[in-house]
Design a protein around this ligand. Structure first.
Ligand SMILES: Cc1cc2nc3c(=O)[nH]c(=O)nc-3n(C[C@H](O)[C@H](O)[C@H](O)COP(=O)(O)OP(=O)(O)OC[C@H]3O[C@@H](n4cnc5c(N)ncnc54)[C@H](O)[C@@H]3O)c2cc1C
Ligand code: SF4
Length: 481
């Protein structure tokens, strides 16, 4: 297993093509905007070496018997699934943001199931290829970007009917030794902090879409791949040094638009090729795993609730009844989220490939709650924080000889608490509910792993209405009609 320092060094060896603010970034690792997101992924390496977190953060490879980072593990039991949820909460709490490495883990697990199922139907060798690739990932402790979401163009049309054929990533050429692909993946979490990118289709497909039914893995710096960084609210505060205006001084997330400009993929890295009838299964299984992964939001919720409690204390109102009640409500919502990700893991099952999968209905219910509860927790945190959270002068004004004394005097809450501490905690609440971390805590809660309607569709497919009607009829004496 790599240490955090070794992970950082391994990223320095990559030759990524990255653009941000209209310029090519030569040194991605040390770029002040990107660096906090690298720190967050590095935490997934760091905690795996800490004895108190070893049980949650590491696992035993079912391929080699070696101790590996859980982010590269294929779940072998319900216990593994439960530990995955606990790992998400732990890291969310440690970083206060998106730590990015889960999408790749969920992709690996989904492919371990679906490649096996394709082989059973078609006699192909995808699972063998995949397991070889997995061993490489595990042995080198790699971070993988899980790339599902296509730009999608006109959402009312399937891939083959788009006016621009590249709106969904597709195969443009078949060669003796592999395929050439073209297209893009949008919103890619942690893309430039990843060693590998693993591509999957984004929606169910029919025969006409078979050129779009493709899954493969590539090194993140493969020729023809380029990254255009997304920007986040308040991102340029990171250019101001370690000022308290950043809220979270250490960690952050990032997303990027990833372009595949006619990229060659060798056959040994292709895990699905034109089996359009398995695309729906891959999307559904990946989505369920990733919806479970939103345990991360519980950990970020822990940080936000802690910050709200401190803000109330610095204000001198922590003992007020309504404040205590709001803190209870925030905890109630946050722990309800936790029950969802633990429940879908505890009710998991073994797939024919041997991989353990979550309960799909409960994973969708959990993620659907995630599309709502963090918004309410954020609303309550803003209520408790007070308006200063958004009207406060800058760190520079606090340090200035002309203005510092006024800020110290007039922005103080309880007299024994330094004004600076009050400012720091309010900036953290701002960061999570309005700033860079709100990308992960709010909008990603809404759309990441699928927008709310995607979960409602899955819930409508999986809810057992016959059983419910049967139970009602039985109690009322209605005999079969
Ligand atoms: C911060 C963040 C990080 C992400 N990270 C990743 C990642 O690492 N990897 C990855 O692959 N993806 C990632 N995603 C993508 C995520 O899965 C998508 O945002 C999600 O699937 C929704 O797609 P969209 O953003 O294109 O929204 P849209 O498709 O534009 O949806 C907008 C609205 O239109 C509705 N809609 C869309 N299509 C239809 C239709 N056909 N019929 C009716 N209504 C429709 C939706 O329900 C929604 O209400 C991330 C997203 C975010 C916000
Ligand atoms: S949003 Fe959560 S589950 Fe998704 S990559 Fe970030 S930390 Fe992991």
């Amino acid at each position: 297993m790599l240490t955090a320092a070794q992970y950082e060094e391994s990223l320095r060896r990559l030759n990524l093509t990255v653009y941000m603010f209209g310029k090519r970034i030569e040194n991605v690792v040390d770029d002040p905007i990107i660096r906090p997101s690298m720190n967050a992924v590095a935490k997934t390496y760091d905690l795996a070496h800490q004895p108190e977190h070893e049980d949650i953060m590491t696992a035993t490879s079912h391929l080699t018997g070696n101790k590996i980072n859980r982010f590269t593990h294929i779940h072998q039991s319900i216990e593994d699934l439960v530990k995955k949820s606990k790992m998400g909460r732990l890291l969310g709490r440690e970083t206060g943001c998106c730590f990015q490495r889960c999408v790749g883990m969920d992709t690996l697990n989904a492919l371990s199931i679906v490649t096996f199922n394709i082989d059973r139907k078609y006699g192909t060798e995808y699972n063998k290829r995949f397991l070889k690739y997995l061993e490489y990932v595990q042995n080198n402790d790699l971070t993988c970007d899980g790339a599902m979401t296509d730009p999608k163009g006109d959402r009312g049309l399937p891939p083959h009917e788009q006016s621009d054929a590249d709106q969904y990533l597709h195969v443009v050429e078949e060669k003796k030794d592999g395929i050439v692909v073209r297209g893009a993946k949008v919103h890619q979490t942690g893309a430039v902090n990843s060693h590998e990118i693993i591509v999957m289709p984004t929606i169910s497909m029919r025969e006409d879409d078979r050129d779009y039914a493709v899954s493969f893995a590539l090194p993140s710096d493969a020729e023809g791949i380029l990254y255009i960084m997304g920007r986040q609210s308040c991102d340029t505060r990171k250019l101001e040094g370690q000022t308290i205006d950043r809220g979270n001084l250490l960690f952050g997330g990032h997303e990027a638009l990833v372009v595949f400009d006619d990229v060659f993929v060798p056959w040994e890295r292709v895990f699905m090729y034109r089996e359009y009838d398995f695309v729906g299964q891959l999307v559904e299984i990946f989505a369920a795993y990733h919806r479970q992964s939103y345990a991360c939001k519980v950990g970020v919720g822990d940080v936000l609730i802690g910050a709200a409690q401190i803000a109330s204390d610095y204000n001198g109102v922590s003992k007020a009844y309504h404040i205590k009640d709001k803190i209870v409500e925030m905890n109630h919502l946050n722990e309800t989220l936790y029950t969802g990700c633990i429940a879908c893991a505890s009710e998991g099952h073994r797939e024919p490939s041997g991989t353990y999968n979550v309960d799909v209905l409960l994973a969708n219910v959990h993620k659907h709650n995630v599309t709502r509860f963090p918004y309410e927790i954020a609303r309550l945190a803003q209520d408790i924080a007070g308006g200063l959270m958004v009207t406060m002068p800058s760190d520079a004004d606090l340090r200035s000889p002309e203005t510092g004394k006024w800020i110290n005097k007039y922005l103080r809450g309880r007299s024994e608490i330094p004004t600076e501490n009050r400012m720091r905690i309010l900036r953290l609440i701002e960061n999570i509910t309005l700033g860079t971390a709100a990308v992960g805590y709010l909008t990603e809660s809404m759309h990441g792993a699928g927008s709310p309607q995607a979960q409602r569709i899955m819930i409508s497919r999986r809810m057992n209405m016959q059983e419910k009607e049967r139970a009602a009829k039985k109690l009322t004496g209605i005999v079969d009609e």
